[in-house]
Design a protein around this ligand. Structure first.
Ligand SMILES: Cc1cc2nc3c(=O)[nH]c(=O)nc-3n(C[C@H](O)[C@H](O)[C@H](O)COP(=O)(O)OP(=O)(O)OC[C@H]3O[C@@H](n4cnc5c(N)ncnc54)[C@H](O)[C@@H]3O)c2cc1C
Length: 270
């Protein structure tokens, strides 16, 4: 029988990061995978869907370029009715692990109700993103191997949907901020007024910044438009640093860039 310090079930993003981090502090790590290493992200989800989005966008551009009416004929249908945890075959009750409809409940340090068993990634049912799975994997490995209780902070969590145009957000919406008792101001800037998207004929969309009225501290950002998934990180970094709309509004931004839109949305409420 092999004696391991840490055994990980599943070599998706969470499993891989857990293994990589655990290996730095313990002697022996086991990783069990029933399929190919890489999990959903590489084989069924993040990467394949982005290739499809790219193909659809290219197709749309070509169709509209020659002025023809856009028509779509489909041979296949994608059913997107949600995801559920694959835990039925694990016989978790034999190990005394509690489960829920969403998966395996964990505390802030990713520990299950059985103290020497941790869970990370989609199976926790918290935030079903690759980048969360990776961070949770690293934290779970650190906690399991050191006895620490490292907790992740999910307050600043950029979210992106890779549709056309892209949609991305971070932090609070204007409504959420008001509901939480903040006095709020919100600034908006349209892509149609930005040089860069005008040059590439991608003017659909806007950038909206939500800030605390008195201090100007940025509470959230919401972007619809080309490259929204990248732009949102300027807002996320500003929130992480506790920056205000004046900090971004007074920072020179190169021209012509999409990032200027973030500055102008901030300037609208300086
Ligand atoms: C269509 C789609 C698009 C997505 N796009 C994005 C995106 O753009 N950005 C983003 O951040 N996230 C995206 N996600 C979410 C992302 O794919 C997941 O959050 C991520 O894969 C979670 O990693 P994980 O390791 O927790 O789980 P998984 O990737 O599901 O890995 C779990 C692994 O465990 C293995 N396993 C399961 N049961 C057993 C067992 N009993 N024994 C051994 N091995 C087992 C599986 O084979 C699998 O390899 C998308 C998801 C979908 C469905």
């Amino acid at each position: 029988m092999v004696n391991l310090d840490i055994l990980i079930i599943g070599a998706g993003t969470a499993g891989e990061y857990t293994a990589g981090t655990a290996k730095q502090s313990v002697d022996s790590v086991g990783l069990i995978e029933k399929g190919p290493v890489g999990g959903d992200c590489i084989f069924h989800a993040c990467i394949p869907t982005k290739v499809l989005v790219h193909a659809a966008r290219t197709c749309k551009k070509m169709r509209s370029a020659d002025g023809q009416e856009e028509r779509a004929e489909h041979d296949e249908i994608l059913v997107a009715t949600g995801r559920k945890p694959a835990i039925d075959d694990l016989n978790l009750t034999a190990a005394g692990i509690e489960t829920s409809k969403k998966g395996i409940p964990v505390n802030g340090s990713l520990q299950t109700n059985v103290p020497h068993i941790w869970a990370a990634g989609d199976v926790t049912g918290m935030f079903l993103f690759t980048f969360v799975a990776g961070e949770q994997g690293k934290a779970a490995a650190t906690n399991a191997s050191s006895g620490k209780q490292k907790e992740l902070n999910y307050d600043i969590l950029p979210r992106a949907t890779f549709c056309d145009p892209e949609v991305a957000s971070v932090g609070l919406t204007e409504k959420q901020a008001r509901e939480q008792g903040y006095r709020v101001k919100a600034g908006k800037f349209d892509y149609a007024n930005l040089t860069r998207p005008i040059l590439s004929d991608e003017t659909e969309g806007f950038i909206k910044i939500v800030a605390e009225e008195d201090s100007g501290r940025i509470l959230g950002g919401h972007i619809v438009g080309v490259e929204a998934s990248s732009l949102i990180h300027e807002v996320a970094a500003a929130m992480a640093g506790g920056l205000t709309v004046s900090d971004i509004g007074n920072t020179l931004h190169a021209y012509p860039t999409l990032s200027e839109g973030v500055r102008y949305a901030c300037q609208a409420i300086m």
